[in-house]
Ligand binder design. Structure first.
Ligand code: G6P
Length: 355
């Protein structure tokens, strides 16, 4: 189905296709009974050395997310912006796995980084949405995210599917998946549906559409999601938006915070990360900034928030997929209120085939 199916924009349609996209991504790959994850194409991929992710744009945020997940699973991993990778002189040898994350499979910067990694003797894996794309010919292995075609220039469902595919990859590379982890993964598509059915994002958009700038903060797995929240916002609203690691705010960006700069804070669970992010929320509150908390309600974050965007309770991995959906909707509705060209933002292309 390539029409808009009654939605005003492809972007909104694709946001709503996420439960289906995520089910597709998981299909046949997780076994709840055995507590097992199997990635067909990677059966013969043994990995003991470091993993380097390379990507651009939204896919780079997925790469940061994937690298953080790998590290949580005990796998050494880093993420690089593909256009910087080649100039970085990242050390690669035959123990290194270089993972290119690219929705289209055609991004020139990403292809170039992978070709150089191959030449240097590294092994390569493509994480892509597009069967038969250039990246699948450049890489030794391919893992498909199975999101289905995405027409809107702003990546939405492909980011969610990258998050899930990279969760599977991290568990598979480290050979560590638990019954519980799989159970919570399986719940994500339905929980995304709940977010779509109950989101207050449109009301938040109406309240803050005329703000000076929009900031997004998170830590841990929520940090790349904060970056992605801001990128999506810039792309389709043309308003000033920035994403920050929650703990980094006080080291400079706090100078930008005023009563006219709403801050979206992602707080999941009630662990150390949540408590620290709550301290950062207090810092911006003290500067009179409106705070919108995206939270599962597990911590006391709501007490310090002017508004709440609720997500169902789950583990941090699932929660950061759900939080991103809330932020997608905020961007969409702000852009809609401003009358922007949502599916084809000015100056941007869906796929960039020049370096
Ligand atoms: C373009 C698009 C971005 C996208 C980036 C990487 O710049 O406008 O939305 O994130 O390319 O695309 P890829 O296909 O490699 O994921």
């Amino acid at each position: 189905d390539t029409g808009k199916s009654g939605y005003d924009h492809y972007m909104l349609k694709e946001i709503h296709e996420q439960p289906t996209a995520l089910r597709q991504c998981l299909r046949g790959r997780v076994d709840e009974l055995e507590g097992d994850i199997s990635l067909e194409s990677l059966a013969d991929l043994e990995q003991s050395g470091p993993v380097q992710f390379v990507a651009c744009g939204t896919s780079y945020h997925a790469a940061l997310y994937g690298a953080a997940l790998c590290r949580e699973h005990g796998v050494r991993a880093t993420a690089s912006i593909a256009s910087e990778y080649t100039t970085d002189r990242v050390p690669v040898d035959e123990d290194t796995l270089v993972v290119g994350v690219t929705q289209s499979g055609e991004t020139a910067d990403t292809l170039r980084a992978l070709r150089e990694a191959s030449r240097a003797g590294g092994r390569t894996l493509a994480v892509t949405n597009t069967v038969g794309s250039s990246i699948t010919r450049v890489c030794d292995h391919a893992l498909y995210i199975r999101a289905g075609p995405e027409i809107g220039v702003a990546a939405t469902k492909t980011f969610a599917s990258q998050q899930l595919a990279l969760t599977l990859l991290a568990a598979s590379l480290s050979n560590t998946s638990s019954h519980r982890e799989i159970e919570s993964l399986r719940a994500v598509p339905d929980q995304v549906q709940t977010v779509l059915d109950t989101s207050q994002a449109k009301a938040i958009a109406e309240e803050f559409v005329n703000a000076d700038a929009f900031f997004f903060i998170g830590r841990g797995l929520a940090y790349p999601v904060a970056l992605e929240g801001a990128l999506k916002f810039k792309e389709i609203t043309y308003e000033h938006a920035e994403g920050f690691a929650a703990g980094e705010l006080k080291h400079g960006p706090l100078a930008l915070v005023t009563k006219d700069t709403p801050v979206f804070a992602i707080v999941t669970g009630d662990g150390k990360r949540a408590r620290k992010t709550i301290s950062n929320i207090k810092e911006v509150e003290a500067r009179d900034a409106p705070v919108i908390v995206v939270t599962d309600g597990e911590s006391e974050a709501e007490r310090y928030a002017d508004h709440v965007l609720e997500i169902p309770a789950t583990d941090e991995r699932g929660a950061t997929v759900l939080a991103n959906v809330q932020l997608q909707l905020v961007s969409y509705w702000v852009a809609n209120l401003l009358g922007r060209s949502i599916d084809k933002p000015r100056n941007l292309a869906k796929s960039v085939t020049v370096e």
